[in-house]
Design a protein around this ligand. Structure first.
Ligand code: UD1
Ligand code: CA
Length: 465
């Protein structure tokens, strides 16, 4: 029959997440740099879904905006939020006339792997069940729905708050992730009542209903219970974030990266680091950063969305954002590389130096206390301490060009647009407003005037003899 093999993912993301105590919807809270809901979506793609529907409710607009760039997802509004069964019911208009499997995901269960989800769909289709529930056995089941079995068969799911003392001792928990045959689903949801401790329409009740209707219910018991950890509080958020980071760091260590202290090193999942690079404590590497091999990243450096070549040394307390740093360069301590910056091979950018939208050439040096913005600095240039490009006239930004081999004396201002030619010199303390031709010396400062005997005369004037 047409459509029988279709897969429709529904993600529940309408709840307020009361226990988070947040103005931000729970599913937008981040785990290792990414909102939970995006992780759940990524997992969803593993089963090549024909449709994806996100149920939104609390702060619906914020969730929609966050996912606005994701193609081919539908939204259904749940207003008010009366429970998980009620949430799934909102997907009905989007799925009428379709057949196949509904894969139900929870926006607050972000660690589920694509592999497990595939296994769920395969098991479900293979057994021909009407519903398959993903479960796990855990030491501390508190807070989760429990899987109640009779003669080995799952007979119902009971929520923590509705469970009897003996049911609370059950260690097999409901992950909140299921596969359903679409055909009987929405009819069964309509017969769910809200007589329970929370007065909500529980999706978990569909299991008992199916059993009464003699429909086959299966479970998929998974080994790694971490995968199905739900996030209901800030403390669970922090703990799950830690697990994600730990996994990433372990992968990197297995691939040859040294972490002096993995517990305090934060590497986002999308970041890459090559072998033999050494990362010191307190380093934070975010976004789509790529770091080459044999680099040394000293303590308390933050790097985001940047490319770092091989054998780069980054001293402590640097902030590097949207920059490219070529092999062998040395940065910091306390350097700030802002977006649009490239640092050439074996170049040196020292302490209290800020580079913005600047190409800084190979082997060039800017060692102390400088601001270079909207500049093109050639190869083998020496930029003296305290040099500043005056790139902004209050309305427009202008470029400064310093050609190969030039020497900029300390405490100079290069007032853009301006070019210092190849091999030229700028005298220390100059305010350069005109181009300096190649090979010339540009000197632009008040001449020094020494007044002989001035100090003696001053003493006389003040009456002290
Ligand atoms: C739910 C399950 C529980 C399971 C646990 C796994 C029910 C009744 N309980 O409990 O058996 O062990 O997940 O993590 O299903 N949501 C809506 N609309 C609502 C209510 C919730 O969209 O009206 C969404 C939430 O945003 C969340 C998900 O559904 O993403 C789960 O809701 P939550 O309230 O966290 O359920 P739990 O108490 O964790
Ligand atoms: Ca939950």
């Amino acid at each position: 029959m047409m459509g029988v093999d279709q897969t429709h993912v529904v993600i529940l993301a309408a709840g307020q997440g009361t226990r988070m105590k947040s103005a931000l919807p729970k599913v937008l809270h981040q785990i290792a740099g990414r909102p939970m809901i995006e992780r759940v979506l990524q997992t969803a793609y593993a089963v090549n879904p024909d449709t994806i529907t996100v149920i939104v409710g609390h702060q619906a607009e914020m969730v929609r905006i966050q996912l606005g760039t994701v193609p081919n997802i539908g939204f259904a509004l749940q207003e008010p939020q009366l429970g998980t069964a009620h949430a799934l019911q909102q997907a009905e208009p989007l799925l009428t006339g379709r057949l196949g499997t509904v894969v139900l995901l929870s926006g607050d269960v972000p660690l589920l792997s694509g592999g497990t989800l595939k296994r769920l769909v395969d098991t479900h289709r293979g057994s021909g069940a009407a519903a398959t529930v993903v479960t796990a056995t855990v030491e501390r089941p508190y807070g989760y729905g429990r899987i109640v079995r009779t003669r080995g068969q799952v007979s119902r799911i009971v929520e923590e708050r509705d469970a009897s003392l003996s049911q609370r001792k059950i260690t097999e928990i409901n992950s909140g992730i299921y596969a359903f045959d679409l055909a009987p689903l929405f009819d069964a949801l309509r017969s769910i009542a809200s007589q329970n401790a929370q007065g909500e329409f529980y999706l978990t009740d569909v299991i008992a209903i199916y059993r009464r209707r003699k429909l086959l219910v299966e479970t998929l018991l998974i080994d790694d219970a971490q995968e199905i950890r739900g996030i209901n509080s800030r403390s669970e958020l922090a703990e799950v974030s830690r697990l994600v980071r730990q996994k990433k760091n372990e992968e990197l260590m297995a691939a040859g990266v040294t972490f002096i202290d993995p517990a305090t090193t934060y590497v986002d999942p999308d970041a890459e680091i090559a072998a033999d690079t050494v990362i010191h404590p307190g380093v934070v590497i975010e976004g789509k950063t790529r770091i080459g091999s044999a680099c040394e990243i000293q303590a308390y450096v933050r790097i985001l969305d940047s490319q770092i070549g091989d054998r780069v040394t980054i001293n402590s307390f640097c902030l590097i954002s949207g920059a490219h740093v070529a092999a062998g360069a040395a940065l910091g301590p306390f350097a700030h590389l802002r977006p649009g910056t490239t640092v050439g091979e074996n170049a040196k950018v020292g302490n209290f130096v800020e580079l913005k939208n600047t190409n800084f050439g190979p082997r060039s040096k800017v060692n102390h206390l400088s601001y270079l913005g909207d500049a093109t600095i050639g190869a083998d240039v020496n930029v003296g301490a305290g040099t500043i490009t005056c790139n902004y006239d209050g309305v427009n930004k202008h470029r400064t060009v310093v050609e190969d081999g030039a020497f900029i004396g300390s405490d100079s201002q290069l007032i853009a647009p301006v070019t210092v030619g190849k091999g030229a010199y700028v005298a220390a303390g100059s305010s350069i407003t005109q181009n300096v031709p190649a090979g010339a010396l540009g000197i632009a400062r008040g001449r020094q005037n020494n007044v002989d005997g001035w100090a003696e005369r001053r003493k006389d004037r003040s009456g002290k003899t």
